[in-house]
Write a protein that binds this ligand. Structure first.
Ligand SMILES: [Zn+2]
Length: 151
């Protein structure tokens, strides 16, 4: 006998232990009168039991409990106010931006050395940097490498 198609999701939730009390009570009432769904539930429970991980040991438990503190320590954040997470994410983004600039820096330096910007004596260093960055962004960053590769 096949299970009712509209109950399959509930049966899976019940078998995995994630069904809430209200849906659970409704499903119990249905199971009392539906052999197909009872059979499907038994099959799902057997399948999940076969693939269930063993309960965590003392070492796993300790590692899981220590994880939030380790993450906060690694990101340099203090406390668990929620602000700490944002500071951590901000620091990570800042590090990524710094890394991107570090990657771009040698190329920016070579552009300035080969092609000095006209009238650069009147412009500020920020203008030079912005112009060089725009030039770099518009160029194909791999063009030189590809030319070398094809020769
Ligand atoms: Zn059913």
């Amino acid at each position: 006998m096949r299970p009712c198609p509209d109950r399959e999701e509930l049966l899976l939730a019940r078998a995995s232990g994630t069904l809430d009390a209200r849906d659970g009570a409704a499903l119990e009432a249905h199971l009392a009168s539906c052999e197909g769904c009872r059979g499907e539930l038994a099959a799902l429970q057997a399948t999940l039991a076969a693939v269930r991980l063993p309960p965590p040991g003392a070492r796993e438990q300790m590692l899981v409990e220590a994880l939030p503190a380790r993450v906060l320590a690694a990101t340099g954040a203090r406390g668990g106010t929620g602000l700490g997470w944002r500071v951590g994410v901000g620091a990570a983004l800042a590090a990524a931006a710094a890394f991107a600039l570090w990657l771009a820096a040698p190329r920016l330096a070579s552009i300035e050395a080969v092609e000095p910007v006209a009238g650069s004596s009147e412009s500020t260093a920020d203008d030079d940097d912005a112009a060089a960055l725009e030039e770099w962004a518009a160029a194909d960053p791999l063009a030189d490498e590809l030319d070398e590769f094809e020769e």
